[in-house]
Ligand binder design. Structure first.
Ligand code: HEM
Length: 497
């Protein structure tokens, strides 16, 4: 019999924060976010305390309780820094979309400043708008044509199927391999090629990315945000995290060099080509906003933003299939009825596969990998849900509270694909499905991520039945806190169908 182990509810350090630190944090919490006076200086958003106490915010249940007392928008004071928490679907949606531009700033914490000098798209940068707009249009352009994004995704999905086939049902922890395949999609898009399984450089890039994400969930990272002047003089994992980022940056620099040396083809082939063309356009007369240094950080944003997120979601997805064999079987029946055994799976096929599509959505909802979302900063004085808010105030849209909002989901704390199906079994989109957030800085890779999740998931389930290795009867579905919410490492067997 399969027992779903619900052990350690929270990592130990979260407990520590809860019991020891909370009384220090909640100097004042009030039902009116208008209490954010005295207003912080705009520059105070880089206050390391905010980053540290994000850990407290990372406890979504806690916020649901606070929301019961204080409403769906309230202020938490972290030392001298007010942070406005938006809780539940309505507050997050209204907060992010009513005056989207006003809440479009990002926080550049000391660690992120040390990593990327506040450049690129993910952090902030002086020209984030141009970089972001460029990123979106370029991904769209790359999406078109015969060898567009979908083709890249299909290619990587079929390599992944081959990998599992070669294992012949032997147990494996699929985490690394999922990461490998998803990162290869980004490599193909950005660099114009993908890496072979054995490529040492690729392994280095993946290890560096994994280390960085792990570090972002660590206590030492929080210490760095509070005492950057001290930490930058001390040895420790933060030094390794910074050097991991440098591994990514120097690879990006080499790739840019390679592109420049090979010269521009008639048609730009990949993201770097598009960027280099853009740099030329802006050269004469007008101050250039696209330069090689910024390109390095943009590449890193795409690599970091686009690898760990989708692969972690798929890692959760396979785990949910292992613990819900009935749901897995239903998906397979639908895939068998609609698709041929070797038919190339396209994103548009989701329209004929409502149950599979619903399961993919439910995987994203239930795994809730980004949990509280990425902090935003008000770029001017504004109003948020009717409350006056000062420029520089930090806003946290609590994504977990949307994806688990009891007013929006029938069984928020249960894995239930029915959330996305009507009575006739047709797929229904739900407004409260906001894993990519909303508003001006909504995830830039949303379309790519959705395409990846659908094609990878459908390709894997058409080819295999996933189950636990012989003799394993317990598996945890509790998350581990890192840069994203991760499952505990697990092994499974992919049995060819
Ligand atoms: C399951 C997959 C993914 C999830 C759940 C996810 C989620 C998110 C969320 C919640 C944000 C913050 C948005 C906000 O503040 O409103 C974000 C930002 C971002 N994501 Fe994703 N993401 C995913 C995949 C991707 C992929 C594949 C890429 C790369 C192509 C990507 C690139 C980015 C970038 C560059 C940003 C920063 C945008 C900005 O600051 O303007 N993400 N993502």
């Amino acid at each position: 019999m399969l027992v779903v182990w619900k052990g350690h509810m929270l990592p130990i350090f979260q407990q520590f924060l809860k019991t020891i630190c909370l009384p220090l944090v909640f100097r004042d919490s009030c039902s009116s976010p208008g209490h954010v006076s005295p207003s912080p200086h705009p520059g105070s958003t880089s206050n390391g305390l905010c980053m540290w106490f994000q850990y407290v915010l990372f406890w979504p249940l806690f916020h649901l309780q606070l929301a019961k007392t204080h409403g769906n928008i309230y202020t938490l004071w972290f030392g001298w820094t007010p942070v406005i928490i938006l809780n539940g679907y309505q507050a997050v949606k209204d907060g992010m979309t009513t005056h989207p531009e006003d809440v479009s700033g990002r926080m550049v914490s000391p660690f992120f400043r040390a990593l990327a000098k506040g450049k690129g798209m993910l952090t902030c940068g002086h020209h984030w708008k141009q970089q972001r707009r460029f990123g979106i249009t370029t991904l769209r352009s790359l999406g078109m044509g015969k060898k567009g994004l979908e083709y890249r995704v299909q290619e990587e999905a079929s390599h992944l199927v081959e990998f599992f086939l070669n294992l012949k049902g032997r147990p494996v922890d699929p985490s690394f391999r999922l990461f490998h395949s998803i990162s290869n999609v980004i490599c193909a898009v950005v660099f114009g090629y993908h890496f072979s399984d054995e490529d040492k450089t690729f392994h280095e890039l993946i290890s560096a990315t994994e280390y960085l994400f792990k570090f972002l969930g660590s206590f030492v990272h929080q210490l760095y945000e509070i005492f950057p002047w001290l930490m930058c003089c001390l040895p420790g994992p933060h030094k390794k995290a910074l050097s991991c980022y440098e591994v990514l940056s120097s690879f990006a620099r080499n790739e840019i060099r390679r592109h420049v040396e090979r010269g521009m083809p008639d048609e730009p082939q990949d993201f770097i080509d598009f960027y280099l063309v853009e740099m030329e356009k802006y050269k004469d007369g007008v101050k250039t906003k696209h330069d090689e240094e910024n390109l390095v950080y943009v590449i890193n944003d795409l690599f970091l933003g686009g690898s760990e997120t989708s692969s972690t979601t798929l890692y959760w997805g396979l785990l949910f299939m292992v613990v819900n064999p009935d749901i897995q079987e239903k998906v397979q029946k639908e895939l068998d009825a609609v698709l041929g055994p070797s038919q190339l799976i396209c994103y548009k096929d989701r329209r004929e596969l409502p149950y599979t599509n619903a399961v993919v959505h439910e995987i994203q909802r239930f795994s809730n990998i980004v949990f509280v979302g990425m902090p935003r900063v008000c770029v001017r004085n504004t109003t948020l849900l009717g409350f006056p808010i000062k420029k520089g105030t930090i806003i946290m849209p609590n994504i977990a509270s949307v994806l688990y909002d009891p007013e929006q989901w029938e069984t928020p704390r249960q894995f239930n694909p029915g959330h996305f199906l009507d009575k006739e079994g047709k797929f229904v989109s739900r407004e409260a499905f906001l894993p990519f957030s909303a508003g001006h800085r909504v995830c830039l890779g949303e379309h790519l991520a959705r395409t990846e999740l659908f094609i990878f998931f459908a390709s894997l389930l058409r080819a295999f039945t996933f189950r636990l290795p012989e003799g394993v009867t317990k598996i945890s579905t509790e998350p581990i806190l890192g840069g994203t919410l991760q499952p505990h490492p697990y092994r499974l067997c992919a049995i060819p169908r």
